[in-house]
Write a protein that binds this ligand. Structure first.
Ligand code: ADP
Ligand code: MG
Length: 699
C-alpha cells in the first residue's frame, strides 16, 4: 500500500521500452505528450465502446454502437464513380448490410465468403432500405468463437497515423507492468486520500483503461467517476505544489523595501480631479503593505474595464520614487503605452517626477539619450512597450515593475522585465494588472504564484452600456443611430476587427469602411486610425478625436485596450462573432466612461451558429466582466479564456478546471499537508505531471 517513505523513484521508463515502439512511433506518441510508460498510463480514454455483449440484429437501432455476430449471406461491389463493397450478413434474427468504401480484393474474398462467420463492431445507420454499418471493425471467427471481452474498450485521443489499436496495446503492456515494475508509484498517503474518497492510483488507472463491463459508463465519460477524479485531483495537486515551490523560491529572494514617506502620493491625491473609490484605496493599502517588505511583491491586480487601474499604478510607482528608486510600466501596445505616458506625465510632471516613454519607435540619438538618463537614474518612471526589456536598456535602480494587461504578455516577458532590476539576490517588486476578469477558481490555479487584489467597483456615476446584437445587413439603421448620437454632440467608434490574415489587408478593410461610411454619413467628420499609419499621424488622429473634432472614429482593434475618450457614447463593432468575449467587453469598455448613457452595437455576418449567437447574447445580458468571463469559460474552456491555448502554457492533461472546480480546494489543502508531513513526495508528483523540464521551472 501507500508508503510515502519509499526511496525516490528510479528513472522513468521510456516509452521505447515497450514492445513495438520504434523511433517513428515514439515520435508520434510524443505529439500526444507521451514520452514514458507512465505517460501511457496517464493518457486517458475520452470514451469507451461496449464490446462486452453481442446484439441480435433485430434489436439494432440507428445510432447505436453495437457488436454483432453473423454469417455472410451474400456480397456485391456497387457504385459507378466511387465503388463500394456491400456485404450482407444474417444472424437468424435479421439481416444487416456492411458497407465498405476502402477494400482490397483480398479483403473482399476473405470477408465476404458466403457462409463465413463474422464478429463486427460499428455504428448502426439507417441505409436506403435497411440498417447498415459503415466500415465496421470485423474479424472472422471459426465455430469455436472466442468469448467476448469482459471489459469496456477504451477510445483514446490520438493523432494522425496512430491507431486506436496501437494505443490500446501500449496501455495493456504498461498495465501489465504496473505492479511488477511499480510504474506508477503511489505518492499519496491513504490518510490524505480517504477524506476525498479517492482510490489508490494503480486501481484508478486500471479501471480507467480497462473498465469492467458493469462500470457506469455515463459517470466514466463525464469525468465524475472516482477513478478519474483521483487522477484529476493528483494533477491539480501537482500544479499546486509546483506553483507553491516556485512561489517559495521567489519569496526567498530579497527586494528593496519601499516604505516611502507618502509625500508624493499625498500630493497626487490632492491634484486628482476625483477621489479614489473605496476599492482603489483598499488595493493601494495591499500594495503599500507589500512594497514596504524586503521581499518581492508579486501581486495581480484585477479590475474590470474602466475601474481605474492606471491611477493605482501611478500611486504604486510613486511609492518607489519616494524612496529614490525607479519604476517601470509596461503596456502591450504603443498606443496604450503612449496614453499611460501622457496620463502619468499629466499627473506627476508637476510633482517633479521625471516620466519617460520608451517604445520600439524611439530610435537613434533620442533613444541613446533616454537610455543614458535611465541608467543614470535621472528618469524616475519609464513607461513603454516590450521595448523596455531589450538588452541595452539598463536601470539605475528599478524597484517596481508594473505590467498592464498581463494576458497579452507571456510569463517570460514578465520575468524579463523583472530581471532588469535584479541586483545580486535582490529583484524588483511586481504588479500585474489585468482587465481580463479571471474567474476566482482559474485565478487560483493559473496565477497561484501571485497574490490577488480586485477593484470590484467602478468610479461613481457610470451607466451600464446598452448592447444590441444586429445582423450586418442592417447597416442603414446603424448609420441612423450614429447620426443621431453625433447630432446630440456625442462621438462614436466603428471598429473593424481582424478578418484578414495580414495587418495590411486589415488596415485596407478599415480604410474601405471609412470611405463607405463617409458616403453614408456625409455630414459627419470621420477619422481613421489603424496600425499601419505613421505614429505621428495615428497620434494626431487620436488627439483630434479626443478633442471632439471627429464625430466618428473608424478603427482597427488598436483601440482595444485603454483608450479613454469620455464623450464617446456609441460603439459599433463589426464582425463581432470573430472576437472573444473578453475582447468585445474591452472594446465596449471604450464607451460608458462619461455621464451620458452609452450603447454598443455588435454587428455580425449571418448566418450565425447557435453557440456564436449565445456568446454574443452574453454581452447583451451582462456588463460585468467577471460574469462575462464565467460564461465565456463555460462556452469555450479555460485555455482560451486565459489566452494560454496559443502559447501552450498550462495545459492540463486530465483535470478540467470547470468540471473539477470542487477539487481545487482539496488540492490546495492537500498541498499544505504534503509539504509539511511528506516532503519527499512532492518532487515525484511534480515530475509525474509537469515533467522535469517543468513548464514553470524557470519562472
Ligand atoms: P482601466 O482600469 O480600464 O485601466 P482607467 O485607469 O483607464 O481604467 O480609468 C478609466 C477612467 O476612469 C479614466 O478616465 C480615469 O481617469 C477615471 N478614473 C479612475 N479612477 C477614478 C475615480 N476614482 N473616480 C472617477 N474617475 C476615475
Ligand atoms: Mg487600463
Amino acid at each position: 500500500m501507500a508508503n510515502p517513505a519509499r526511496p525516490l523513484p528510479t528513472e522513468p521508463v521510456p516509452v521505447t521500452a515497450l514492445k513495438g515502439v520504434g523511433p517513428r512511433l515514439a515520435e508520434r506518441l510524443q505529439r500526444l505528450g507521451i514520452r514514458t510508460a507512465e505517460d501511457v498510463l496517464l493518457h486517458l480514454p475520452t470514451r469507451y465502446q461496449d464490446r462486452t455483449r453481442l446484439t441480435p440484429i433485430a434489436r439494432l437501432q440507428a445510432g447505436d454502437e453495437a457488436q454483432i455476430e453473423a454469417e455472410v449471406v451474400g456480397s456485391e461491389v456497387a457504385g459507378r464513380s466511387r465503388r463500394f463493397l456491400l456485404c450482407h450478413v444474417a444472424d437468424g434474427t435479421g439481416v444487416l448490410t456492411l458497407r465498405f468504401f476502402h477494400f482490397s480484393p483480398a479483403q473482399q474474398q476473405w470477408l465476404c465468403q458466403t457462409g463465413a462467420r463474422l464478429r463486427c463492431f460499428g455504428e448502426v445507420r439507417q441505409g436506403q432500405t435497411a440498417l447498415e454499418m459503415i466500415h465496421p471493425e470485423c474479424r472472422r471467427i471459426g465455430t469455436d468463437a472466442p468469448p467476448v471481452t469482459d471489459r469496456l474498450t477504451p477510445v483514446y485521443p490520438t493523432t494522425a497515423g496512430l491507431q486506436q489499436f496501437t494505443l490500446r496495446n501500449l496501455a495493456e503492456q504498461a498495465l501489465a507492468q504496473l505492479d511488477e515494475f511499480s510504474l506508477l508509484p503511489e505518492w499519496l498517503p491513504s490518510a490524505l486520500r480517504t477524506p476525498f474518497q479517492l482510490p489508490p492510483i494503480p486501481e484508478a488507472v486500471r479501471l480507467l483503461h480497462q473498465p469492467p463491463a458493469d462500470t457506469a459508463l455515463a459517470e466514466l465519460e463525464s469525468g465524475r467517476h472516482p477513478a478519474r477524479r483521483r487522477l484529476a485531483f493528483e494533477e491539480l495537486l501537482a500544479h499546486q505544489l509546483s506553483l507553491r515551490r516556485l512561489r517559495e523560491r521567489m519569496r526567498r529572494q530579497a527586494a528593496p523595501p519601499l516604505a516611502g514617506n507618502g509625500g508624493l502620493r499625498r500630493r497626487l491625491r490632492e491634484r486628482l480631479p476625483f477621489s479614489l473609490t473605496a476599492a482603489q484605496q483598499r488595493v493601494l493599502e495591499d500594495i503599500d503593505a507589500d512594497l514596504s517588505q524586503p521581499r518581492p511583491m508579486l501581486r495581480l491586480l484585477q479590475g474590470d474595464v474602466g475601474s481605474g487601474k492606471t491611477v493605482v499604478a501611478a500611486f504604486a510607482a510613486l511609492q518607489a520614487v519616494e524612496t529614490g528608486a525607479q519604476a517601470a510600466l509596461m503596456a502591450p501596445t504603443e498606443l496604450l503605452a503612449e496614453q499611460h505616458y501622457r496620463n502619468f506625465h499629466h499627473w506627476l510632471g508637476e510633482l517633479g517626477v521625471e516620466v519617460a516613454w520608451l517604445t520600439g519607435r524611439l530610435v537613434g540619438k533620442a533613444r541613446r539619450r533616454l537610455l543614458e538618463r535611465l541608467a543614470a537614474g535621472d528618469i524616475h518612471i519609464a513607461v513603454g512597450t516590450h521595448a523596455l526589456f531589450q538588452e541595452d536598456v539598463a536601470f539605475a535602480a528599478l524597484a517596481l515593475a508594473i505590467v498592464d494587461e498581463q494576458h497579452r504578455f507571456g510569463v517570460h516577458q514578465r520575468l524579463a522585465l523583472r530581471e532588469k532590476g535584479r541586483q545580486g539576490d535582490s529583484c524588483p517588486h511586481q504588479l500585474i494588472m489585468t482587465a481580463t476578469p479571471i474567474p476566482r477558481t482559474l485565478a487560483m490555479s493559473a496565477y497561484a504564484d501571485l497574490d490577488t487584489s480586485v477593484i470590484d467597483e467602478l468610479p461613481p456615476g457610470r451607466l451600464p452600456v446598452k448592447t444590441v446584437v444586429v445582423p450586418d445587413n442592417r447597416r442603414e439603421e446603424v448609420a441612423a443611430r450614429i447620426r443621431q448620437a453625433c447630432r446630440s454632440g456625442r462621438q462614436a467608434y466603428w471598429v473593424c476587427p481582424l478578418i484578414e490574415e495580414s495587418e495590411v489587408l486589415q488596415c485596407q478593410a478599415a480604410a474601405v469602411t471609412a470611405e463607405r461610411l463617409t458616403e453614408l454619413l456625409p455630414e459627419l467628420r470621420i477619422g481613421l486610425v489603424h496600425g499601419r499609419l505613421p505614429p505621428n499621424v495615428k497620434e494626431a488622429v487620436m488627439a483630434t478625436f479626443k478633442r471632439g473634432e471627429f464625430d466618428l472614429l473608424v478603427a482597427t482593434t488598436v483601440i482595444e485596450v485603454g483608450v479613454d475618450v469620455p464623450n464617446a457614447s456609441l460603439m459599433i463593432i463589426e464582425n463581432a462573432e470573430r472576437l472573444g468575449l473578453a475582447q468585445l467587453h474591452q472594446l465596449r469598455g471604450r464607451v460608458g466612461r462619461g455621464a451620458a448613457a452609452s450603447s454598443c452595437v455588435l454587428l455580425y455576418r449571418p448566418p450565425l451558429s447557435d453557440v456564436a449567437y449565445r456568446r454574443l447574447a452574453v454581452l447583451r445580458e451582462s456588463c460585468d466582466g467577471f460574469e462575462i468571463a464565467r460564461r465565456d469559460l463555460e462556452l469555450r474552456g479555460p485555455g482560451e479564456v486565459l489566452g494560454t491555448r496559443q502559447t501552450g502554457e498550462q495545459t492540463l492533461r486530465v483535470a478540467d478546471l470547470l468540471r473539477d472546480q470542487d477539487l481545487l480546494d482539496a488540492a490546495r489543502y492537500t498541498a499544505d499537508r504534503l509539504l509539511r508531513d511528506h516532503p519527499t513526495c512532492v518532487e515525484p508528483l511534480i515530475r509525474r505531471w509537469i515533467g522535469s523540464g517543468a513548464r514553470y521551472g524557470e519562472v
